[in-house]
Structures are given as structure tokens and as C-alpha cells.
Design a protein around this ligand. Sequence first.
Ligand SMILES: N[C@@H](CCC(=O)N[C@@H](CS)C(=O)NCC(=O)O)C(=O)O
Length: 346
Amino acid sequence: MRQRRLLRGLATALLAVVGLLAWSGPGEAQVNILDKVKKRGKLICAVNAKLPGFGYLTPQGRYEGFDVDFCRALAAAIFSDSGRLEFVPTTAKERFTVLQTGEADVLFRNTTWTISRDTSVGLDFGPTTFYDGQGMMVTKKSGIKKLEDMKNASICVQTGTTTELNLADQFRKRGVPYKAVVFEDADATAGAYEQGRCDGFTTDISGLISRKSIMKDPGAHVILPQVMSKEPLGPAWAHGDNNWGDVVKWLVYGLVIAEEFGITSKNVDEHVNSKEPEIARMLGGDKEAPKAMGLDPKWLYNAIKQVGNYGEIFARHLGPGTPFSLERGVNDLWTKGGLIYAPPIR
Ligand SMILES: N[C@@H](CCC(=O)N[C@@H](CS)C(=O)NCC(=O)O)C(=O)O
């Protein structure tokens, strides 16, 4: 009896020591994510399922959107096959937990890069793929023209977002009292506003444009011209895996550089033997950098060929001919007056 108790005590102490040694700080990645992805044979990407144009689960059961295509491109870069991929749909509240628990390898879900998420929440962020800002939607018939007209208004907002926090800052700053009506997901938030339970609906401007497209009467709503915040949206993953960070970062940069050079999914084969040294390097000529990352020399060729460059992804989901018809604006290449810029492949 005494012996057994002693043994159990020893085992507990041993587990505690092992646990202490294995613990590498809050939110630290415990594994090499790229190895884990390769062993599993597919990438697990956390996305939005309710934001048409960005991340949306169609009634046919297919994930589509601007963010979703970066997941496909990443799978193509890792496996030479954009289909080696599983999606995890996430609400704003759940999205960081799936990274911390290792349930998903990366998050491409209209997620704003902020200091708290990058530090205390235990995440790392990649290059901004979409520069956005927070907006406010109201009904046309309300006659509201600016935020200052919203005294004592009720405002539908989603929990777990930067939106909720900015709303408080912006209205306090303006000295405008308001009532936040908080919901867990986009359907509930936008739905409550549409049913007239709130005077306003606030989120990223991209989110407002997206949700407006599926409202019963889109023409009955307007987005106020004031922009309440900076919302740099981009990929995130569990903090502490530098190599995984390189893979995600360079995938995004590579697709931007492809647009800069006019390399598309249609013409990439014609560029493989390019006389332009950077193009030749990025499409298979450079073996060193891909090897250091754990990727095939054709990583970027495969991503471009199977999914397309940054501009193609933008045009496919958000550009003219889509329900959103978004201008590139600040999301145009730096060479065209926008903020989309990538370091060189050299
Ligand atoms: N960019 C902001 C907002 C992101 C966000 O979650 N926006 C809502 C806007 S509607 C959304 O996408 N909801 C979808 C859902 O959770 O179902 C953030 O990172 O906190």
C-alpha cells in the first residue's frame, strides 16, 4: 500500500518535471509546423465560412474567397497540389484557439494584425494581404450621415473582434453615447441589424461590403464615409515557429512579386526560362532558399500555376465582375500607388 502510494507520488513528480521541461512559454509552438503538415499529408487552414468574397462556404459545400485562395496557394507550395487541404471554419472568437491548440496550421480569415495578438495572445503575423479600415452601415431611411448623428444609437457588433474595441474608442472620443448589441457570429450580427434590432452595423469595410451583397435589400443600406481604424488583414499562426513563418510570408510575397512581373497562372510556363534573373530564380532556378525552408524549388511556380498571382486572386473574388467590384486602391501594387510591396527574391 505504502509502496504504491510512493510510486504514484514519484510518477506525479516525474510528470511535473517533464511538463516543466516541455513548456516553452505561453502560446509557443511546440512543433515544427511544416514537418507536421508534411507528415499529415495535408494543410489545415482556418478560415471564415460566412464572409462572401473572403471566406465563404457555398451551399455546394466548397470554400471560396480571397483568403481561401491563399490557403490553396500554400498547399500548392508545400505539396505541389492545391487540393491537399482541409478547412476549419471559425468565428472571430474561436480563430486563435485553433492555432494555439494546433488544430489548424495557419489562419487566413480577415484577421487584423495588432500588438496584443502578436504578443500576449501568442501569435505571429505574416504580410498584410488586404489593407482595410472599420466602417459603419446604417439604413438609408435613417438619414444618418455621420457617426456624430448616432447619439444613443444601438449598434450591432461581433464579439472577439477589433471592431468591438474600436467602436468603444471611437464613440468615446467623439463623446457620442451608444449601446453595443453584441453577437457571436456574422449571421447573427448582420441578421439582427437587418431585422431592425440595431440602428447601425459595424465591422471592417470589406466585411460591410461583403455582407451587404447578401442582404435582402442591399440598396436600402449605406456605409458612412468615416473610417474608424486601421485594419491590416493577413495570415497568422502560433507564435514561435520561424521556419513556418518564412514559408507563409514568402508564399504571400511570392504571389505579389509574380503580379509585379506579370506572371500569371496562364503564362507562368512561358516565364520558367526567363532571361530576367529574379524571375528565373523564383520559378525554380533558386534551389537554396526553398531547400532552407523545406520546400521544393518549384514551390512558387506551383502556387502561381494552380492558384494565380496576388492580382489574379484579388480580381477573381473581389474585382470587377464580382458582386463587390472593389477598386484595388491601397491594395494595389506599390508601383501603382498602393501599399502592396514585397522584398526581393534574391
Ligand atoms: N478584422 C477584425 C474583424 C474580423 C471579423 O471577425 N469580422 C466579422 C465581420 S462580419 C466576421 O468576419 N464574422 C464572421 C463570423 O464570425 O461568422 C478582427 O480581426 O477582429
